[in-house]
Design a protein around this ligand. Structure first.
Ligand SMILES: NC(=O)c1ccc[n+]([C@@H]2O[C@H](COP(=O)([O-])OP(=O)(O)OC[C@H]3O[C@@H](n4cnc5c(N)ncnc54)[C@H](O)[C@@H]3O)[C@@H](O)[C@H]2O)c1
Ligand SMILES: O=C(O)C[C@H](O)C(=O)O
Length: 356
């Protein structure tokens, strides 16, 4: 049996696309769209990851490829997206994966997206604070948000890049400048604090972490991370020693990982898990599911500060409702005052970076 000349031509076309020099970043399969038999995508949401080749970006891309709510997954980075895209595109899940490399492909990566997740930027090394990342990451976030304002101004944005307490105000200022700011659509990702809090509280109580829900409010750095242990579900009580231990461990969870990695970066795997958990919450909200509630760092009137993390209800247009903090005990009220002081200056630093 000899292949027909049509089949020969098709195989030749596919082989040509698989040569690295001819790699089509827009089509990760190596087969250009017009040569595929299946034309349409599955129903679902279009999601872009900016910083997709990084320590968080790669496992995040893999987990988003497994999410049945995602129909199209765009992977953007300034390095290494061809390899990551090729690799992930072989997973036999529904989402179509496309890779985009370098600034000149940013607009293509963003056009038409429903949700943009941003883990782009440098991570901490031992001895650094998240604020030490400001000088590099502020400019990265600014450029990426300018692209979002131009190409997908209605997308929900999940901002992971540190220092989150300042990068979210930076994003807001970029969107305001472009006339596209919708406070409901800009969400700083503080989910890892909640994930850690659930884990550490469950350890202390001897429970399954999946049964525990700890609200964590404020921001995402040191004392601005404020776990509300008086509001843990299921209802429980802690000794003063347990409260001190848990508060310190939750606030220093990031530093614990940075030190354990000893110069090789910060949390990536637990962060990818948390980012996917949070992105899934946003997508379920976009789909119109009822009662989708999670903590996030958002434009807020819960305190006198313009940005604050608290529980929000996610809906078709983003964070549609922001819940008040609820009753705080004396320990939490003192923590809130400390958190607000540090947050105020981090927020101002972000705003000034764009307004300067
Ligand atoms: N919000 C949180 O809870 C949380 C948790 C962990 C890490 N982080 C932060 O996430 C960020 C990324 O961490 P990581 O461990 O993945 O770092 P990483 O260095 O492993 O990956 C970052 C990726 O961003 C890419 N990048 C750099 N500049 C870019 C640009 N202009 N456009 C697109 N991509 C660009 C890099 O090429 C790299 O692939 C850090 O700022 C880190 O502090 C936040
Ligand atoms: O601690 C870091 O620098 C990364 C991240 O913010 C975290 O909480 O793990």
């Amino acid at each position: 049996m000899h292949p027909t000349s049509d089949a020969n031509q098709r195989i030749a076309r596919i082989s040509a696309h698989l040569q690295p020099s001819n790699f089509q970043m827009e089509e990760s399969s190596g087969l250009s769209r017009e040569n595929c038999r299946a034309k349409g995508g599955a129903p679902g949401f279009k999601v872009a990851i900016l910083g997709a080749a990084g320590g968080i970006g790669q496992p995040l891309a893999m987990l988003m490829k497994m999410n049945p709510l995602v129909s199209v997954l765009h992977l953007y980075d300034v390095v290494n997206t061809p390899g990551v895209t090729s690799d992930i595109s072989h997973m036999d899940t529904g989402a179509v994966v496309r890779g985009f490399l370098g600034q000149q492909q940013l607009e293509d990566a963003l056009t038409g997206m429903d949700l943009v997740i941003i883990p782009a930027g440098v991570p901490r090394k031992p001895g650094m604070t998240r604020d030490d990342l400001f000088n590099i990451n502020a400019g990265i976030v600014k450029t990426l948000c300018e692209g979002i304002a131009k190409c997908c101004p209605n997308a929900i944005v999940n901002l992971i890049s540190n220092p989150v307490n300042s990068t979210v105000p930076i994003a807001a200022e970029v969107f305001k400048k472009a006339g596209t700011f919708d406070p409901k659509r800009l969400l700083g990702v503080t989910m890892l604090d909640v994930v850690r809090a659930n884990t550490f509280v469950a350890e202390v109580l001897g429970l399954d972490p999946r049964e525990v829900d700890v609200p964590v409010v404020g921001g995402h750095a040191g004392v601005t991370i404020l776990p509300l242990l008086s509001q843990v579900k299921p209802p429980c009580s802690f000794t003063p020693e347990e409260i001190d231990y848990l508060t310190a461990r939750i606030q220093n969870g990031g530093t614990e990982v940075v030190e354990a990695k000893a110069g090789a970066g910060s949390a990536t795997l637990s962060m990818a898990y948390a980012a996917v958990k949070f992105a899934d919450t946003c997508l379920r909200g976009l789909r119109g599911d009822a009662g989708v509630i999670q903590c996030a760092y958002v434009f807020s009137q819960v305190t006198e500060l313009p940005f604050f993390a608290s529980k929000v209800r996610l809906g078709r247009t983003g964070a549609e409702e922001i819940y008040p903090l609820g009753p705080l005990n004396e320990y939490e009220r003192a923590g809130l005052e400390k958190a607000k002081k540090e947050l105020a200056s981090s927020i101002q630093k972000g705003i000034s970076f764009i307004r300067k």
